[in-house]
Design a protein around this ligand. Structure first.
Ligand code: UD1
Length: 353
């Protein structure tokens, strides 16, 4: 099959290109090579295999997208602004790249008759993770109060009795509750894709990525994830700074496992009935704490031990971890990279490769 990968020169997109080629697909790449993400565009171009043609354009450009879709059977849409952003001044850029970009792509796909889409979504569409109260059962986690955070009370509490809530695994059936601009743009991408599928008989697999890490992860930008921030600190001989008490839980999933999830999802789009939209959580299935991540990376490079700062970011969720059962059962996917191995490789990869 001939697959167009948008954002193909990026961290996740470039690994997807490799995985698709390994699975026997033909791949065409589409990437704007934004300077903020690719300070060295020549290096980004060189990373793509010679057999993969690159359209260097913005996904908001309808003519470029229409041209790139000629002869294409399916699209794997990874092009997006990621991370939490700096402040609300970023909102138009996020909405433009992520939502206008997706709308332009979908309308071009409708005109070209391309009916299969794998969409890069995110766990952030759920907002806070799943929680249960030991006494009251399933409990909604209200945003944490600043007074609690200042006092070092980081765990969300039951709105009924004030008891500390117990974190659980979010399933795809959980309500969507985006709580920041980036999350809102990811949720909107899903809604746009679902509307497109219904209107034109397309099929969409929306992959809700957990915290992806691995070689080529972007670093040293305000949009970098915690794994890249810790690695940069260690590379400079500094201790990783762990916010809160380090007990916040995430699911750190390796980028090569995310790439194989995309290949499996692509197969699913071929078998699904017209109009189908299905979301899949993409995570390792094993929650880790941010403290564990810091300690693991520090050990891997023999660097200074992590320092807990007690600092907090008001917008941060305390815990969010997903169930990957749907992805395992329906797509036959399973993660291949063990956390310890992935951390060692990541610690040594230095960000450039
Ligand atoms: C991340 C991604 C988001 C993705 C989501 C999926 C980034 C910036 N955000 O959000 O795009 O959709 O996962 O679940 O990649 N922390 C520290 N020290 C630091 C920086 C952060 O301890 O120097 C802590 C934060 O307080 C937080 C945790 O690390 O508890 C994770 O932060 P971050 O990497 O920014 O990611 P998420 O908010 O999980």
């Amino acid at each position: 099959m001939r697959v167009l990968v948008t954002g193909a020169a990026g961290f996740i997109g470039s690994h997807i290109v490799t995985a698709l080629l390994a699975a026997g697909h033909e791949v065409a790449a589409f990437d704007a090579l934004l300077p903020a993400v690719h300070p060295d565009p020549a290096a980004a171009r060189a990373r793509l295999p010679a057999a993969v043609p690159l359209t260097e354009a913005d996904v908001r450009n309808p003519e470029a997208v229409a041209k790139a879709l000629v002869g294409i059977d399916a699209v794997c849409h990874q092009a997006a602004m990621v991370g939490l952003g700096v402040d609300l001044d970023d909102a138009p850029l996020y909405a433009g790249c992520n939502d206008l970009g997706t709308a332009v792509l979908l309308s071009a796909m409708a005109r070209s008759g391309v009916r299969r889409l794998v969409l890069a979504s995110s766990m952030v569409v759920y907002g806070e993770g799943r929680y249960d109260c030991p006494r009251h059962g399933r409990a909604p986690a209200a945003p944490r109060q600043e007074a609690d955070l200042v006092a070092g009370r980081f765990e969300p509490r039951c709105p009924e009795c004030g008891e500390q809530l117990v974190p659980g695994l979010v399933e795809e059936t959980a309500a969507i509750d985006p709580r920041n601009v980036y999350a809102a743009t990811k949720a909107a991408q899903e809604f746009l894709a679902s509307a497109w599928a219904r209107a034109g008989g397309g099929t969409v697999a929306a992959l809700r990525y957990h915290n992806v890490y691995g070689p080529r992860m972007p670093r040293d930008t305000p949009y970098a994830g915690v794994a890249a921030i810790f690695r940069s600190a260690l590379a400079a001989g500094r201790a990783p700074l762990v916010f809160e008490d380090g007990g916040q839980r995430r699911d750190f999933v390796h980028v090569r496992d995310v790439a194989t999830a995309n290949v499996a999802a692509l197969d699913w789009t071929g078998a699904a009935p017209p109009g189908a939209f299905r979301a899949f959580n993409v995570g390792s299935g094993t929650p880790r704490t941010v403290g564990e991540l810091a300690a693991g990376l520090a050990a891997a490079v023999g660097g200074p031990a992590p320092r807990r700062t007690g600092q907090y970011r008001l917008g941060d969720v305390r815990h969010v971890t997903a169930s990957n059962q749907r992805l395992r059962q329906e797509l036959g996917w399973s993660p291949a990279v063990a956390f310890a191995d992935g951390l060692w490789e990541f610690a040594e990869s230095g960000g450039g490769r």
